[in-house]
Design a protein around this ligand. Sequence first.
Ligand SMILES: Cc1cc2nc3c(=O)[nH]c(=O)nc-3n(C[C@H](O)[C@H](O)[C@H](O)COP(=O)(O)O)c2cc1C
Length: 159
Amino acid sequence: MKRIIIYYSLTDNTKNAAERLAGLLSADLCRIDTVKPMPSDKGKQMIIGGMKAVFGMRPEIKGVPLNIASYDEIIVGTPVWAGKNAPAVNTLLKNKQIREKVTAVFTLSGGGDNDKCVARLRKMLPNLKHTAALADRNHESACHNEDILCALAKEIENG
Ligand SMILES: Cc1cc2nc3c(=O)[nH]c(=O)nc-3n(C[C@H](O)[C@H](O)[C@H](O)COP(=O)(O)O)c2cc1C
């Protein structure tokens, strides 16, 4: 089974989770990013990122591997923005061939909007089987991230 984890991460929480999961599954790893960088100012990030997420925008992205069609299974990681997935992931999932191969998602949130975000992703992903809700490193629940990732890896391996 050839697997790849594709993720977007602004402040590296999703990146850390993606790297850990890739290690557990011996999967390939790919970070996508927007072509137009996000502002470095935290306040502007919240306003611009939040607006783009609310309106379901699809910014131009870079980083999707050219050989994406060669993978059997795709796992997607995203931070929660305004209760939704990050806009870069909207662009990724616009591609039907990618959408149909996504069997698992993991989301990172700062306070607990993972369920809302996963519910939205579920509507887009016809073959979604496994989900995992993780917490930002500054949240008290972050101490459970490792256990949740290990459980997700086992679920994915068992199909
Ligand atoms: C634009 C923006 C919107 C956010 N909206 C939410 C939200 O609705 N709910 C929440 O729990 N956290 C929210 N957060 C916090 C992130 O989900 C959280 O910090 C996450 O761990 C970031 O992942 P990253 O480090 O991979 O970018 C938001 C962060 C940003 C930048």
